[in-house]
Design a protein around this ligand. Sequence first.
Ligand SMILES: N[C@@H](CCC(=O)N[C@@H](CS)C(=O)NCC(=O)O)C(=O)O
Length: 253
Amino acid sequence: MAAAVGSGGGVSSGAPKLYIDRMSQPCRTVVIFCKSAGVPFEEVRTAVSRGDQRKPDFLAVNPLGKLPALQEGSFCLPESAAIMRYLCHTRQVADHWYPSDPQARARVSSALDWHGSTLRVAAMAVVWNRALTLTLGHEGNEAVVTDWALPNLKRALKAIDTVWLRDSPFLAGQHQISIADLLLSCEIEQLCLLDAAAQGPTMDELLRPHAHLRAWLVHVREASAPHYDEVHALLRKARDRLVARQQQQASKL
Ligand SMILES: N[C@@H](CCC(=O)N[C@@H](CS)C(=O)NCC(=O)O)C(=O)O
């Protein structure tokens, strides 16, 4: 029988297993966090492209069939933000990752929650319909992109620039990196796949109007170096392959 969500209570003393596909933005977030904060873990490569998330072995860890997932002894936990919060609570990590001050912590939580219903849904819909469908060889839903997802993505990027980064170099009033910075920046990095889409905008075009946001991405990358680039290497290779493929196809027309 598959495990219940967040099930189990037996915590082993070894490093937790993290089920990860580095093409996934919340998976990259958790890996960069662990590496940057010095949290030991075992990475179990799990490929969405092979459908590994629907196989019985993985469903026993996360019956929701989503990555990332943590397994520590008989304790299993889905959801990137919950995984990072759990690791902050149970490991010795620097306070800035998830501040102990109640108001600072609440602001970081607020950014994490905001992400799920705004940037995440809009960015995913644009990337899915304009870039990932190219890899699957079928057309995306352009009406969804133009009528809903792209305007919402632009609004979310503007809100990061003008609201979340209003008073500080990191999100939500922080002067050092937190888990929210990683979750949102990894979502934004996924937009590089749009560079392969014929319709535009490219990632650079989307970010160009937002100077604070662009500076913040540099801060996040520097604060989590060298892990940020190392963990994004697979995505950037996939972007280059997709752009090259689209250019080749366009030149044949
Ligand atoms: N809110 C979740 C999102 C998890 C999620 O959507 N994971 C995707 C990869 S980015 C997935 O597992 N997709 C496989 C599927 O839906 O079959 C988190 O932050 O962990």
